[in-house]
Every structure is written in structure tokens, then in C-alpha cells.
Write a protein of this length. Structure first.
Length: 255
């Protein structure tokens, strides 16, 4: 839970900084002030492309925290579902210690490349979908701000837009997430019965993202990339609804 808060803080913080930077760069290149401001002198809404690039940029530092966290979570979950003997790891810190001992920093960041393949485009989509959903919901809103006399987004609309955003984002990135998870837990899967546990830590079934995708498809078909999608989408809606509602409330208080 604490790492989720840290990851989201990085994600939304870098997104905001990146978006402001992109708008500023665009304004600096323009010779007409009206290009980036409306008739009232207010800064115009960012373009879809600016929102997408800012979202992609936000995923870069967030993945540096997210990848090790998901590696540990995946390995602990994998061993819990295994029926072969005593668990290898006793907890989060034991998993980190043993992974570092056997594989060093490379082991801690196992699957980082796959995390970037999943997250860079998906977080661009993530923020674009929310931005466009928010604009549409605002146009349909019947709530009027008494100070500005403009339509404002009702809290429940923020929640619905956030829920749809999370659902669409996960649906678009789930196949890459399956591959990432397989790369991160592959050291827990014995390659041969006679191999020792120590040997298995240094042997890998897959050489990389595309090798994992190819082998998984050949062995299990296209359905392998969507196993577990339904519960993930069911979880994604309320989680992201709460996340964006909290974000909008926090921004309203700070502003």
C-alpha cells in the first residue's frame, strides 16, 4: 500500500511537471499568443498529443519503483500457489535479500524492460482517456460553479471517468503484463527435475520479452495473454475511480 502511494505520487507528479513543460515549450515556439490562450487570457487546454507524451514520460521514473515491487509481489504469489515443498521466501525483505544475493541489481530489476514496454504506451493512453472523459463529463455536467458560472465536474463523474480510464488502460496493456510477470517469476520454475534450486536461480527459460511472447503463444495459444483479465478489470474500475476522485479532491484543495 505504501509503495502504491509512492508510485502514484511519482506518476501524477511527473505527469503534471511534464505537461506544464510541454505547454511552455509549445508556447515559446509560437509567435501568436492567441494560439495557446483563449479569449479570456486563460491557458487553453493541452492537446491530446501533449497529454499522451506527458503520460508516457511519467511512466519512466515510476517504473523504477514499480518493477522491483511487482517482481517481489509476483514471486511471493507464485510460491503461494506452488505445492512443491517449503516456500523459498518468507516475506518481502527475504525475497529482496535472496534475489540481491544471487543476481544483484540485475535480479532486482528483472523485467524492467518489459515493464517499460507495458507502461510507456499504456500510461499515455491512461491520461489521454481520463483527460477526454473528464472533458466530456464536464460538458454534460449540470453542476455550475457559483463563482465562475462555468460547468464543473461532479465528484461522482470524476470517479466514473477514473474507473473507465483504469479499465481501458489495463485492457490495452494486459498481454504485456502477462509477459512481464512470466519474466519476473521464471527463476521459480524448474527447467529439469534433476536441476538444483541454486542452479535454477541462474537459469532462465526465456531470453527476453519477445522470446517469452513467442514461446508462450506456441505453447498455449493466444488465450495465454488474457488469462486473468476479467478479475483484473473488475478490480481496476473501483481502484482507479477512488484514485482519480482523491486526485481531483486533492487538487481542488491545493488550488
Amino acid at each position: 500500500m505504501l509503495t502504491d502511494a509512492l508510485i502514484n505520487s511519482i506518476l501524477f507528479g511527473v505527469y503534471g511537471i511534464s505537461l506544464r513543460g510541454l505547454i511552455a515549450m509549445s508556447s515559446a515556439r509560437s509567435t501568436l499568443d492567441q494560439t495557446h490562450h483563449d479569449d479570456d487570457g486563460k491557458r487553453a487546454a493541452p492537446s491530446v498529443w501533449q497529454v499522451y507524451v506527458a503520460g508516457c514520460s511519467a511512466s519512466l521514473p515510476a517504473a523504477l519503483v514499480m518493477s522491483p515491487v511487482e517482481m517481489v509481489k509476483s514471486r511471493l504469489q507464485m510460491q503461494c500457489s506452488s505445492t512443491s515443498g517449503a516456500p523459498r521466501y518468507t516475506g518481502v525483505f527475504d525475497c529482496l535479500r535472496k534475489t540481491w544475493s544471487h543476481s544483484g541489481l540485475r535480479g532486482i530489476y528483472c523485467g524492467l524492460g518489459a515493464t517499460y514496454i507495458r507502461d510507456i504506451p499504456s500510461f499515455g493512453i491512461y491520461f489521454v482517456v481520463y483527460d477526454q472523459s473528464k472533458k466530456l463529463a464536464t460538458e454534460l455536467s449540470s453542476t455550475i460553479d457559483p463563482v465562475t458560472n462555468e460547468r464543473v465536474l461532479a465528484p461522482w463523474m470524476s470517479a466514473v471517468a477514473g474507473g473507465l480510464t483504469g479499465t481501458i488502460c489495463w485492457a490495452s496493456s494486459y498481454p504485456a503484463d502477462v509477459i512481464k510477470t512470466r519474466l519476473q517469476v521464471q527463476e521459480l520454475e524448474p527447467r529439469a527435475e534433476h536441476d538444483s534450486a541454486a542452479a535454477n536461480l541462474h537459469r532462465r527459460r526465456y531470453t527476453g520479452f519477445w522470446d517469452c511472447a513467442k514461446r508462450s503463444y506456441q505453447a498455449e495459444g493466444v488465450g495465454v495473454f488474457f488469462q486473468g483479465l476479467t478479475p483484473t478489470l473488475v478490480r481496476a474500475f473501483p481502484v482507479n475511480a477512488a484514485l482519480f476522485l482523491a486526485y481531483e479532491v486533492a487538487m481542488a484543495i491545493l488550488n
